[in-house]
Design a protein around this ligand. Structure first.
Ligand code: SF4
Ligand code: MG
Length: 458
């Protein structure tokens, strides 16, 4: 998911529009639903959320109705909770205090918390773990919302990059492992928060820094206030954000992702060269940066050979195997003149189920390619994500209980190689000890998620 929050009284009547543009830039983080909540300082919260893309959910008239001086927004992609309207965000609760909440991540103690809260007499309208966070904060007896959030953070386990809006402020907080991204921007004298820095660029805000793991950031009339609400014992930022999930123009861990992904391609060329190939091509768009890096390091020419229909969304966001298979044909078309008779290095960022990759290999062969050498700028995906990326189950993953040679045979390519995990950390200039790479290694950074087979859904 993608989240955004802004406190900007000077931008009266425009905060919803700013949220809209920011969500537009975060659309890649979730395409199932979109929503914005806005409020005047001291007033009540208005929320509009709907299934669909940002530009399907909102129009001029709806944005004008979302008046106010502060706003929070959300784009959703479901991990726990089904793809239903009730699960769209921002979540609006007014148990003791009124608030709207937007959450990216996945709680691993949602079931326990849900049971507890229901026993206390609270009722829920959705099946998403995000409403649990909202209910805990909204019903908390602490005097200030910051104290309530700090207390609630001690109860939450899992991944939560969260933004809430109350009657007079916007509060953002991030789990102590810092699993999902969250950063702070400045717009004039005011502040905003977003999942990725690309959301600041689109509204002309300046990226200041990341919200630190376990940190709570409060934005109000008094400016920006920060406190360390939970001690961070083990940082575990999602390495898959660097590889695939986030937009290449975003900055994470101090690195521009486009540059890191280019380095992944260079390292891949060093680790798994294809000296007899004629041409490097990318699987667009997710393989573009790494393909250029591979070409740069190998000295091989680089060209576009697969044209992507840019109006077909990320196929993986539509749940279900069948839909995925259908989605794929719509997405790519090869250029026979470029492919014909060539030995190709085909670079992509990751292989999950292998359906896309298998079809691309076949498509390139049908278009006349002599050889197809797949090079992947992620290690083999073999384990499910419990922290907010819907990777599908172990059994669906093509590399699950298969060697690289076996996967290569399954995909029908002439050779297949993945970047090493060390190569990934070299490319992102980050330490392994501060990241999560559980979907590659099976080493889950949070206690209790090792070897967990079940979902954490309600
Ligand atoms: Fe990211 Fe993979 Fe860890 Fe999930 S398991 S948080 S996708 S690195
Ligand atoms: Mg892709």
């Amino acid at each position: 998911c993608g989240v955004f929050g802004i406190y900007a009284p000077e931008a009266q009547h425009e905060v919803a529009k700013l949220a809209y543009y920011a969500l537009y830039a975060l659309q890649h983080r979730g395409q199932e639903s979109a929503g914005i909540a806005s409020a005047h300082v001291g007033g009540h919260i208005m929320t509009l959320r709907e299934l669909g893309l940002v530009n399907q959910v909102f129009d001029e008239q709806k944005l004008r109705a979302l008046d106010g001086e502060m706003a929070v927004g959300h784009v959703r992609y479901s991990t726990t909770g089904s793809n239903a309207w009730e699960n769209a965000q921002p979540v609006h609760r007014s148990d003791r205090r009124e608030l709207a909440l937007a959450h990216n991540g996945n709680l691993i103690n949602a079931v326990e918390l849900h049971t507890e809260l229901r026993e206390q007499g609270l009722s829920f309208r959705s099946t998403s773990d995000s409403e649990i966070i909202a209910a805990l904060i909204a019903s908390h007896p602490a005097e200030t919302v910051e104290d309530a959030v700090e207390a609630v953070m001690q109860q939450l386990q899992g991944a939560y990059s969260t933004v809430i809006m109350t009657k007079d402020r916007v509060v953002a907080f991030r789990d102590p492992a810092g699993l999902r991204p969250l950063c702070i921007g400045r717009l004039g004298d005011r502040y905003c928060v977003a999942s990725e820095s690309c959301a600041f660029d689109i509204i002309g805000a300046e990226y200041l820094r990341d919200v630190q793991p376990g940190e709570l950031v409060s934005i109000s009339d008094k400016g920006l206030h920060v406190r360390q609400a939970v001690v961070s014992e083990r940082e575990a930022f999602c390495v898959f954000e660097h590889i695939y999930f986030a937009r290449p123009d975003s900055i994470m861990g101090g690195q521009r992702l486009q540059a890191s992904r280019g380095r992944m391609g260079e390292i891949l060329a060093r680790e798994a060269p294809a000296p007899n190939a004629d041409l490097v091509i990318a699987v667009p768009d997710s393989g573009n940066a790494a393909a250029r890096g591979f070409a740069r390091a190998s000295g091989l020419p680089h060209d576009d050979a697969l044209i992507k229909n840019r109006y077909v969304g990320r196929t993986f966001i539509q749940p279900g195997q069948e839909l995925r298979k259908h989605g794929l044909r719509l997405k790519f078309n090869p250029l026979p003149e470029i492919v014909e008779g060539r030995s190709l290095v085909v670079v992509d960022d990751s292989i999950v189920r292998g359906n896309t990759t298998r079809q691309i290999v076949q498509m390139l062969r049908d278009a006349g390619a002599r050889e197809v050498h797949m090079r992947i700028s992620a290690p083999p995906l073999r384990h499910p994500c419990h922290y907010g990326v819907d990777m599908s189950t172990r059994e669906e993953m093509i590399a699950h209980e298969r060697t690289v040679e076996q996967v290569s045979a399954e995909l029908g390519c002439d050779s297949l190689a993945y970047i090493s995990l060390e190569g990934v950390y070299e490319a992102i200039k980050g330490e392994r000890a501060k990241h999560c790479d559980a979907c590659f290694t099976g080493e889950y950074p949070l206690a209790g998620t090792d070897g967990h087979e079940g979902k954490y859904a309600l």
